[in-house]
Design a protein around this ligand. Structure first.
Ligand SMILES: [Zn+2]
Length: 237
């Protein structure tokens, strides 16, 4: 775990991280992590001295299992509300349809759900593009489709920071769009990346990334887009 901003805790696991955002009323989680997420979260909160902050809500970027595995558990444990993209509704009840290349992902998730004791959930708030959550002086849902139909980033306008979900993965010079077996509609990814950068973010916070500072992730996304302008195939497989 690390404090990536005075109000943002990054909870890191080997292949995925998720975030806690602090405002005057408590904490909001952006996604709920994967295997061991709840334990990593409690430890991160203790270590940062945030353990007494009430967790108000959980905001979901998209319906993939490595982001929603613990959402039901965490919402019940902390009496938190859940806000999630409406277009990914089928994922929250374990019924998403996977077509084409993503069928491999569908198969993996079908195996993973019972194995990892996934519990379905119904969001308290259904999100669409442009919805503004009343947290941290306004957190705006930004529809960034492609990875899934409903995939969203969350724009914290006050600090010009974008929680980018799985818009891209950012590890050193190997920043990439997600593998195409993971993307519902690869053709939407590049336009979504352009939409994210059009916000002129000061920093980006992805869910699959190394420990670089948020402005570095902005640079990497810009460079990734430049590469894809030369060879305009979003994603790779
Ligand atoms: Zn994903």
């Amino acid at each position: 775990m690390r404090l990536i901003h005075p109000a943002i805790l990054q909870i890191r696991a080997p292949a995925i991280c998720f975030y806690a955002l602090r405002d005057s009323r408590g904490l909001i989680l952006i996604d709920g992590g994967f295997i061991g997420g709840p334990r990593l979260l409690s430890r991160a909160l203790r270590r940062s001295g945030w353990q007494d902050e009430p967790i108000q809500g959980i905001v979901v970027t998209h319906g993939h299992l490595d982001h929603i595995l613990n959402v039901n558990y965490l919402a019940k444990k902390y009496h938190a509300w859940i806000a999630a993209p409406r277009l990914d509704a089928d994922y929250y009840v374990g019924k998403a349809k996977y077509t084409g290349k993503t069928r491999i992902t569908g198969w993996l998730e079908a195996v993973g759900r019972p194995l990892l004791a996934f519990r379905r959930f119904t969001p308290d708030h259904w999100l669409a593009d442009g919805d503004v959550l009343d947290v941290a002086n306004g957190l705006t849902a930004v529809h960034l489709p492609g990875h899934t139909a409903g995939h969203m980033g969350f724009w914290w306008k006050q600090e010009r920071l974008l929680f980018s979900g799985d818009l891209f993965v950012s590890y050193g010079s190997r920043a990439q769009f997600p593998l195409n077996i993971l993307n519902a509609n690869p053709l939407q990814i590049r336009p979504s990346a352009l939409k994210a950068l059009a916000l002129k973010p000061a920093g980006i916070l992805p869910n699959h990334c190394d420990a670089a500072e948020p402005p570095v992730h902005v640079k990497r996304l810009e460079q990734l887009l430049e590469r894809h302008t030369l060879a305009p195939h979003a994603g790779h497989s």
